[in-house]
Design a protein around this ligand. Structure first.
Ligand code: FAD
Length: 413
């Protein structure tokens, strides 16, 4: 009875809002909250110091809450750094295989794990980028793009104080990329709009739930009036509905990639921790209760069917690539970090659902895909995808909690 919103989340889904809420509370959230804290999932590589390619850079947010703290080198899993060194060595030697990840993996075993920290630093900055593997939804980076490892657990997504015209310019650039919000879009465009609006609603939830209540005392907690303003009134219900939709979309992508995700190499050089990561992944993906309460979270097979589907897909890929570029213009490091992670996560979900062959070997959802195209995910894509599910899952939980608190407060008044 606590669900304000009722009915089916989307025409392309068979799940109701209340089913989503209970499956999240009982089965997804408890597991994904643990997963995102594991050594494998808490280190995200990203370039947060890049310049805005679209307009002259504005001032960066100077508030302390905006800044990100980079990882100390010895914190980053040693096998990852070793693999990067191997890849860099390969590149220098012009080995033919070096454009692939295999090179890095192959070389990993041969590299001394006790690297000199200064060399490590260099390697981290000059080897492979962070944008995933042949992901058609991500803008290309420069060839030797720099990146940093960021520990997500020590840089939580919460209130930063980034607002006003700078923040609005980003959101309007995102929504104006295409005719996403003009009300006459086709199903595919509507899906994109709902994903972005859902991500926006999730960010709003997190900043209201983890708000800087007293700067002097360093006191953080929920700010109910911020919450009410952004998501808590009936006219904002569409934002919440988009959050649920985005949650289901990502859940479907994670479930569809289950064969790949359950056999992924979760090595961080910490055997016990890695065993725990694998156990949690299995617990999440092999849970029959999830498919029982929501058999088809999102039916991607019903899209890209009409005339001109290939053109539309190419156009939406270009649009989404632009949105990933817009993220370089976010003037607050922490917002940029989570903005980039979440857009890479969405790009990964799109890649799983729309661009690659079903990894179970079943018929591809889209017929124009070349046969034999296997789904491959780069480590950073897996990390972004699972963290994105973690963020949306946390938002669905938080939305309920704060709605109840708001009702309680209003009841007392
Ligand atoms: P905004 O949230 O800026 O919204 C702008 C306009 O978009 C609204 O007026 C409304 O018309 C429309 N809108 C709002 N929500 C939705 C929705 N869900 N769907 C469709 N349309 C909508 N701030 C933080 O404190 N912490 C963060 O981690 C953070 N991360 C950010 C990441 C990115 C990528 C960006 C662009 C901004 C981030 N911000 C963050 C800033 C934050 O999102 C807001 O922009 C800021 O708090 C100002 O809020 P606002 O009430 O003016 O409306």
């Amino acid at each position: 009875g606590q669900c304000q919103i009722q009915g089916i989340v989307d025409d392309l889904s068979d799940c109701t809002y209340s089913a989503v809420h209970s499956l999240n509370t009982q089965h997804v959230n408890p597991v994904v909250e643990q997963l995102v804290k594991t050594a494998f999932f808490r280190f995200f590589k990203v370039n947060i110091y890049c310049d805005c390619p679209l307009w002259p850079d504005d001032s960066m947010c100077a508030l302390r809450a905006c800044s990100v703290c980079e990882c100390a080198e010895d914190e980053v899993p040693a096998p990852w750094l070793a693999a990067e060194k191997a890849a860099a060595t390969c590149k220098g030697a012009h080995t033919p295989d070096c454009s692939t990840n295999d090179c890095a993996l192959e070389m990993e075993g041969h590299v001394n794990r006790e690297l000199d920290p200064a060399i490590k630093q260099q390697l981290v900055r000059h080897s492979k980028g962070w944008r995933g593997l042949n992901n058609p939804w991500m803008a290309e980076g420069e060839r030797s793009e720099e990146f940093q490892y960021i520990n997500l657990v020590v840089n939580p997504e919460r209130y930063t104080g980034y607002k006003g015209e700078h923040a609005h310019r980003i959101w309007s650039a995102i929504y104006n990329q295409s005719c996403f919000s003009d009300g006459v879009s086709c199903s595919e465009e509507r899906v994109f709009y709902r994903l972005l609006s859902g991500m926006h609603a999730s960010i709003s939830t997190h900043l209201a739930a983890d708000y800087l209540l007293d700067e002097q005392k360093g006191l953080w907690g929920p700010n109910l009036s911020e919450f009410k303003e952004r998501l808590g009134t009936p006219d904002k219900l569409d934002r919440v509905q988009n959050l649920y939709f985005a949650y289901l979309f990502v859940l479907r992508a994670v479930m569809k990639a289950a064969p790949l995700l359950t056999s992924y190499d979760y090595n961080t050089g910490l055997p016990e921790e890695d065993a725990h990561t694998r156990q949690l992944i299995t617990q999440l993906l092999a849970n029959p209760a999830i498919s029982e309460s929501c058999p088809m979270p999102f039916d991607e097979g019903r899209l890209w069917k009409g005339e001109g589907a290939a053109e539309l897909k190419a156009q939406l890929q270009a649009t989404f690539q632009n949105i990933t570029r817009v993220m370089d213009c976010v003037g607050c490091e922490k917002c940029k970090l989570w903005g980039k992670l979440q857009t890479l996560g969405i790009a990964t979900a799109l890649k799983i659902l729309f661009s690659a062959k079903d990894c179970t070997g079943a018929t591809p959802a889209s017929e124009e895909l070349p046969f034999g195209e296997e789904l491959e995910l780069e480590r950073n894509e897996v990390i972004a995808l699972v963290n994105l599910l973690g963020r949306f899952s946390h938002s669905v939980e938080t939305y309920h909690r704060l709605t109840q608190e708001l009702q309680r407060e209003q009841g007392i008044q």
